[in-house]
Design a protein around this ligand. Structure first.
Ligand SMILES: [Zn+2]
Length: 117
């Protein structure tokens, strides 16, 4: 049941009680709920826009890690966590040339020269 439909159903029930104060409260709460729904729609749209902007800052690689464009340190982040949650989670890089995400355990090789030696 959607918000509008729910409010309409409750309004019908409240009208039958002929309780004016209760009806006024329902109208006030309905207005607040609709404002919140509009704000939620706005925030979702803004969040989607921010994610797309951030996606443009990401460099993808053959292995399942990502780096940020312009990052001189070339910090490695988990591509799985980014793709599923849009969180930048730094991966642990090992001297062996492998990496592992502490959050989701995604792992792989970031440096094949080290990996093969
Ligand atoms: Zn991860």
């Amino acid at each position: 049941m959607g918000l509008y439909e729910g409010i309409k159903n409750i309004a019908k029930a409240v009208q039958q009680t002929e309780n004016v104060d209760l009806y006024k409260q329902l109208i006030e709460l309905s207005a607040q709920a609709l404002d919140m729904e509009n704000e939620l729609t706005h925030l979702r749209s803004e969040n989607e826009k921010l994610i797309k902007e951030k996606e443009n800052c990401i460099e993808r690689h053959d292995e399942l890690y990502i780096t940020l464009k312009g990052d001189a340190d070339k910090t490695l982040y988990c591509s799985h966590c980014w793709d599923h949650e849009h969180h930048l989670v730094q991966v642990k890089c090992y001297d062996s040339g492998s990496f592992k995400c502490a959050h989701c355990a995604n792992n792989g090789v970031y440096d094949y020269a080290k990996w093969n030696s």
